[in-house]
Design a protein around this ligand. Structure first.
Ligand SMILES: C[S@@+](CC[C@H](N)C(=O)[O-])C[C@H]1O[C@@H](n2cnc3c(N)ncnc32)[C@H](O)[C@@H]1O
Length: 196
């Protein structure tokens, strides 16, 4: 499905970074692992700040566009086609992990969050934004399946080794490409992995 969606010259989520990510990018340290990177808007933005970024996604078409976007911006990013329901990054390899609108079935998400928290170095930053369960009523983007949507409590419990720097569920206007446009309900989280 995602390969089909991305098989157009248009960038479905635009080429500007996610606004929550841009607001908190100064907290990030490299190397950065970007989950469900899609067409590259977030990875290319972080690379333009001088960070090393690995963007992973199951869509080869999306990641090819990400590489083209990086080249067009004079930046370099690493990309890897992976299935996040099975992917396990190496332990303590990343200074930051970002997850922007990466929606998986809850059991797969819980497993992924366990392994990506383990992939953070001590002191590393976890940054996430995704649609909350209240988003079902908004109809402005995201999966139509409650099981793939987020609660703040779930996200807090899925990063038990992180000190919470920011955690909230808010209503905000999301204007990030034709598939994500309008008032939306999102969960936002920034955590720092404890040193021990
Ligand atoms: C809503 S898009 C968000 C893309 C990007 N994070 C952004 O904000 O522009 C969701 C992305 O999740 C990816 N995805 C969905 N299921 C996946 C899976 N099991 N493994 C890897 N990527 C997956 C899709 O290919 C798609 O690029």
């Amino acid at each position: 499905m995602w390969d089909q969606r991305y098989a157009t010259d248009e960038f479905m989520y635009g080429t500007e970074p996610n606004t929550f990510l841009a607001e908190h990018a100064q907290r990030l340290v490299g190397p950065v692992l970007s989950l469900a990177e899609g067409e590259g808007r977030n990875a290319v933005y972080l690379a333009s700040l001088g960070l090393d970024v690995l963007g992973v996604d199951s869509s080869a078409v999306g990641l090819a566009k990400a590489q083209r976007l990086a080249a067009a911006n004079g930046t370099t990013i690493q990309t890897e086609v992976v299935d996040l329901t099975r992917y396990t990054p190496p332990p303590q390899a990343f200074g930051s992990v970002i997850s922007i609108f990466a929606h998986l079935p809850s059991e797969d998400r819980k497993r992924l969050h366990r392994v990506v928290e383990n992939a953070l170095k001590p002191g590393g930053i976890m940054l996430l934004e995704g649609y909350s369960q209240a988003q079902l009523a908004y109809g402005t983007g995201g999966p139509k399946d409650l099981n793939m949507l987020l609660t703040r409590a779930d996200i807090e419990s899925e990063f038990p080794h992180c000190e919470i720097l920011l955690s909230r569920e808010i209503e905000r206007e999301v204007i990030e490409g034709q598939l994500h446009t309008g008032m939306a309900s999102v969960v936002q989280f920034v955590g720092r992995k404890r040193e021990r």
